[in-house]
Design a binder for this molecule. Structure first.
Ligand code: DHB
Length: 442
């Protein structure tokens, strides 16, 4: 579809058209699922980019009275490989909405950048608003929206779930003609969220300082020095958060303390579960096992076992070459720094991203904030050998949520690297559980 000739004054309708669908069948885990596929729906009145500001909505036919259908089906979603969350959701009778969003590489015909921050989160909010605006035309319960995503998508899921209805995003939503509706969601699944970007470099070096090999290369002397500088900045950040779990979670100047013990406790739980599942951990001498119980791990040995993926700084590249630099560009500038450290140590002509925009991309700033409707239920997973961001990042996210009174299911699956959708049975048990009102749940 192309709407390039659309005149500047015309607008797209926010009204969902229930008759514009293709009936489709897929087989998931030997079960044939028939559903209506509504695809390519522009979800704002004034789209900047109709390739990305569109949503696909899939509705199991059971929701429609005409019931079972017949005929030829047109399989429009990828059925190859392992079952994914969207297909399994359909097979379990969920309505699935898959929104696109502008991103860091999106450009207009005139080459101007159209998807720099905060465009991605603004678009996802607009998609949620569209669903609410059309709640009487689309089956499903818009008070039970569950956001799901992996990696950058896990970060997006955490951001939409943290920031519901916060006014910071309102001017951006107005510009694109988003529906005048609420944009909070009920629950969020976040697989390995690459989030809290403005503190991800210091968290990464707190974990990986001393490990100088990364992804087949060796850090330069300068990168090794930078690693130590970044590591030294992490305790002040952790201590500023005021996190509590039984005791205050803090770090001393060397990066040791109760916060570190708390991060370790999740690894110990993970190793214990692996052990209980008959995983042979005997070769991992940094894990202390006494009579079938994991009692301790050596944290620095763990980092060596997980291995470093990225050189320092891992996110705010000093030459602006990282994907995250591109996220924080502007209409005319491809990439910027988003930390003071990156700016001060920059090796290229550069700008520092607007503080307010950096704020809007970090869920930590909104969890439990005033006039914000943060999702009540969260499920966060980060693999024990996932080094795309430091383990401390999801721990901080989960703990902040917990401390602000939200319901968090957080774990570090043993042996799991960077990825998602690897525990779909457990995920759907969780979703079914939080979506079904029960005593103590609401
Ligand atoms: C993703 C992975 C990264 O390591 C990163 O820095 C940003 C995004 C991803 O897989 O989406």
């Amino acid at each position: 579809m192309s709407f390039k000739n659309q005149s500047a004054t015309s607008e797209y309708s926010l009204e969902f058209d229930p008759s514009n669908y293709t009936e489709t069948a897929v087989t998931v885990n030997s079960k044939t699922v028939i559903y209506r596929a509504y695809e390519g729906i522009v979800y704002v009145k004034y789209p900047v980019d109709t390739t990305y500001q569109i949503m696909n909505i899939y509705v199991p036919v059971e929701y429609y009275e005409e019931g079972q259908s017949i005929g030829n089906y047109n399989a429009s979603i990828d059925m190859s490989g392992d079952p994914n969350g969207a297909l399994l959701a359909l097979s379990k009778g969920y309505v699935v909405a898959a929104p696109g969003a502008r991103g860091r590489t999106t450009q207009a015909d005139n080459s101007l950048y159209t998807g720099k921050a905060p465009a991605c989160i603004v678009d996802l909010k607009a998609a949620v608003r569209y669903l609410r605006y059309n709640k009487n035309l689309i089956p499903g319960d818009t008070e039970k929206i569950v956001s799901c995503g992996t990696s950058a998508g896990g970060a997006a899921s955490s951001l939409i779930a943290a920031t519901g209805n916060n006014k910071d995003y309102e001017p951006y939503l107005k510009v694109i003609g988003a529906a005048n509706e609420r944009d909070d969601v009920f629950a969020a699944q976040c697989y390995c969220p690459i989030t809290n970007l403005d503190h991800a470099d210091i968290a990464y070096e707190w974990l990986f300082n001393g490990i100088n090999e990364y992804n087949g290369s060796t850090m330069t002397d300068n990168q090794i020095t930078i690693s130590s500088q970044l590591k030294s900045l992490f305790p002040a950040y952790v201590n500023s958060l005021g996190l509590v779990k039984g005791t205050e979670l803090t770090l001393d100047a060397d990066g040791d303390g109760t916060f570190k013990d708390y991060v370790k406790s999740f690894l110990i739980m993970s190793a214990q579960k692996a052990l209980d599942d008959n995983t042979d951990l005997s070769a991992l001498t940094w894990i202390t096992i006494t009579d079938g119980t994991v009692t301790d791990i050596d944290f620095s040995e763990y980092a060596g076992y997980a291995t470093r993926l990225k050189a320092a700084p891992a996110f705010d590249g000093l030459d602006l070459s990282h994907a995250e630099n591109g996220l924080f560009g502007s209409v005319t500038i491809n990439a910027k720094h988003f930390t003071q450290f990156g700016m001060e140590n920059s090796t290229v002509d550069s700008f520092l991203a607007d503080e307010h925009i950096v704020k809007m991309l970090n869920p930590m700033n909104y969890i439990g904030a005033q006039e914000t409707d943060t999702a009540r239920y969260w499920r966060i997973r980060h693999g024990a050998v996932d080094r795309d961001t430091a383990l401390a990042i999801p721990v901080i996210l989960a703990t902040k949520l917990d401390n602000e009174g939200f319901n968090v299911d957080f774990a570090i699956p043993w042996g799991q690297g960077h990825g998602g959708d690897y525990d779909l049975d457990e995920l759907f048990t969780w979703i079914d559980n939080v979506c079904t009102p029960q005593p103590g749940n609401h």
